[in-house]
Design a protein around this ligand. Sequence first.
Ligand SMILES: Nc1ncnc2c1ncn2[C@@H]1O[C@H](COP(=O)(O)OP(=O)(O)OP(=O)(O)O)[C@@H](O)[C@H]1O
Ligand SMILES: [Mg+2]
Length: 264
Amino acid sequence: MLRTVAATAYLTPLREGGSLPGLVEADDDGMYVVKFRGAGQGTASLVAEVIVGELSRRLGVRVPELVRITIDGRTARLEPDEEVQELLNSSAGENLGMDYLPGSFGYDGIHWQPPAPEAATIRWIDAFAANIDRTWRNPNLLIWHRDLWAIDHGAALVFQHAWPPLERWATRRYDLSEHILAPVADTLGRAQLDALDAALAARITPELLDEVLNLVPGDWLLTMNAAIGDDRDAAAWRARYREYLLARLTDRAPWRPELAPVSS
Ligand SMILES: Nc1ncnc2c1ncn2[C@@H]1O[C@H](COP(=O)(O)OP(=O)(O)OP(=O)(O)O)[C@@H](O)[C@H]1O
Ligand SMILES: [Mg+2]
C-alpha cells in the first residue's frame, strides 16, 4: 500500500506545471507536491503517476515517495484564492502526493550528467511506458543531493485514454528524439544497450506488475472509466493494464529508443 496522509494546508501552486500541481502540507509534517483529482485529466494522470513511478522505482530509478493524500472541505475553506478553492473542493477524497525535495533543481543536461546506465534506464522505461514528457523543453528530472530523480509520469500510458487494439499499442513507437537523456544514454555501446534492454524486460514480470497495479486506488480506476460507461471492476481494470504492459515486452524492436529511425 502507498502510505496515506491527510492534507492540512495548501501552501502554494507550482505554476510551472500544466496539471495545476500544488505544494501541500500534511499531518505527518511532510510537504508534498500534489496532483489533484479535480484537475484537467482527472484521475487518469494520477493512475499513470503511480504505475510508472512505482515501476521505475522497482527498476532502480530514484522517484520521490508517492503517497495518497486526502483532502477535505476544511482545507478548501482556509484557502483565499477562489480558483484554488474550487480545485480543492473538486478534489475531495484521495489525491496523489509526491514527497517534496527541498533544494532540488531541474536537470538541464549541461551542468551535471548522470551515469550513462542510469540515463539509458530512464529512457528505456519512457519508451516502454510511452512517456513523451522528458524533453529538453520539459525534462521532468530533478537533481537532489547530486543524484537524479524522476518526476511527473502523468502523461505516460497514453493507451489508457483510448484502449487501442492491443497489437497496435504493443509495437507502437513514440518519438523520443528530443529525449533529454538521449545524449548520455547513447554513450553506451550497442552491446550494453542490448544487455540493459534484456535485463529490464526480464524484471518486468506479471508478479511485479501486480505489485505495482495493486498500489493504484481502485476508486481512481473506476472514476476515470465511469465517464466512458465501462463498468468493469477495479480488479478487471488492473488485469487489463497488466495485459497491455506485458504485451509491449514481447517484441521490443519496434519501440526500443536506440533502434530504428524515428517516425511517429
Ligand atoms: N517532488 C518534487 N520536489 C520538488 N519539486 C518538484 C517535485 N515535483 C515537482 N516539482 C516541481 O514542480 C514542477 C511541476 O511538477 P510536475 O512536472 O510534476 O507537474 P505537471 O503539471 O505535470 O508539469 P508539466 O505539465 O509542466 O510537465 C516541476 O517542474 C518541478 O519544478
Ligand atoms: Mg512536469
